[in-house]
Unconditional design. Structure first.
Length: 414
């Protein structure tokens, strides 16, 4: 078979000769493992973002707003690259892009070891986010090309969340031993792993996905509505996640207890993603999405408004939040894979999810009044969650009702 890279991207394929390894597809186990590792590398700082925000306040002497802006800058860079690659990422060599983006992320992480003033970190973390965004887009897009996206996304997110859980629980000890500079040195090493595993990935995306009886194209307007819904849900999650440590501190929860709650909550996120991976499409998506998004809104209400500030209750609320977040995310991605057999909608959903997580901390920093992390941030998050549910659930219901019968032709829109 003719290498699709020769047909579509002749200039980018020559550079891949420097990387040995047989041509791979996303049906190969090695490619799935490589994509999962790339996803972990891309999320190296985001998954422990609450702890980094707290460290910027405690160790670097930043104001809460400044720490929020630094977190938002990194996510803004990440979102920007995912948006660009959602349109062109399937046309160029994945292997070359992985090397370039991994080196960008590694270089900025290394520079962050020495430059930790506000302006310096603002620029460095933005550029590091550009590299992380490239790895995010490629890894998510690659997983979306597997045969069973519900299960694949569930397991993919499970491993990323597992890293986040361990990282958050170990973060206070790491910061105590090596400080913020040492932490950035560690993630520098993680970034460089991406260069080594690029050879195991497919050279480029399959431009035409294999249509199955489970896929059915929706109109462009409805695809845009799906994107808006995913953006709103991600905004709500981004607001709560970035300031989770500070919300706990404002309720009088001790720093180590907050770190433990964040780490344990990641295991509940793993459980949420794993539940989607194991159950797949056995539970109707309209029912799952409705229940989970409404649960997220309820948790935001309890997190933001005055309730008992014990570490146990705070930890339980974070666990419910992470379970909800990481159950809903693969459901959005899997539904998008069904909505658009060409895979373009999956790449755009990844882009808007990252955009929402980028804008969330910035929006949260804007609406802060002093150190009041409660009612204001919670109210905005609740509105985002409910708005997302109102949009996505009818779309999923209509798609489910109008799926083509086996053997009938499919209507597919680019």
């Amino acid at each position: 078979m003719t290498d699709p890279c020769i047909i579509h991207v002749p200039l980018s394929c020559a550079g891949d000769k420097i990387m040995t390894g047989k041509p791979a597809t996303m049906d190969d186990r090695a490619a799935i493992v490589a994509a999962t590792v790339l996803g972990i590398i891309a999320a190296a700082t985001f998954m422990i973002q609450p702890g980094i925000v707290q460290a910027l306040v405690d160790q670097a002497g930043f104001a809460s707003k400044q720490a929020g802006y630094v977190a938002a800058a990194e996510m803004a860079g990440l979102a920007l690259t995912t948006v660009v690659l959602s349109y062109v990422g399937h046309k160029v060599s994945w292997r070359r892009l992985i090397v370039v983006f991994a080196l960008i992320e590694a270089g900025c992480n290394l520079a962050s070891v020495w430059r930790q003033d506000f302006n310096g970190l603002l620029v460095l973390r933005f550029i590091a986010g550009l590299g992380a965004g490239g790895l995010t887009s490629i890894s998510f897009g690659a997983i979306g090309e597997t045969a069973k996206p519900d299960r694949s996304f569930g397991y993919f997110l499970m491993w990323i969340l597992g890293y986040g859980a361990v990282g958050l629980m170990a973060l206070p000890a790491i910061l105590h031993l090596v400080g913020l500079s040492g932490l950035f040195a560690i993630v520098t090493g993680m970034s460089l792993v991406g260069v080594a595993i690029a050879r195991f990935m497919p050279i480029t995306s399959r431009l035409v996905a294999q249509a199955t009886t489970a896929t059915h194209g929706l109109s462009k307007g409805w695809k845009r509505a799906t994107i808006v819904s995913s953006l709103m849900f991600s905004l709500g999650c981004g607001i709560l996640w970035a300031f989770a440590s500070l919300i706990g501190a404002s309720k009088g929860v001790a720093a180590q207890s907050v770190a433990n709650a964040l780490g344990i909550s990641q295991f509940f996120g793993v459980a949420g993603a794993l539940s989607v991976g194991v159950l797949g499409a056995r539970i109707p998506r309209p029912l799952s999405l409705t229940a989970l998004i409404l649960l997220g809104g309820f948790v935001a209400l309890l997190l933001g408004f005055p309730v008992s500030g014990t570490s146990v209750i705070f930890g339980l609320l974070l666990c419910l939040f992470n379970f909800t977040w990481n159950s809903v995310q693969p459901l959005y991605l899997a539904a998008s894979a069904d909505f658009d057999p060409h895979g373009g909608l999956v790449r755009r959903i990844v882009a808007v999810q990252m955009s929402g997580l980028a804008v969330g901390p910035f929006l949260g920093a804007l609406i802060l009044r002093g150190n009041d992390f409660g009612p204001i941030t919670a109210s905005v998050a609740i509105l985002m969650f409910f708005g997302a549910a109102i949009i996505i659930v009818p779309l999923v219901k209509v798609h489910r009702a109008h799926r083509p019968i086996a053997g009938m032709p499919l209507r597919v829109e680019a």
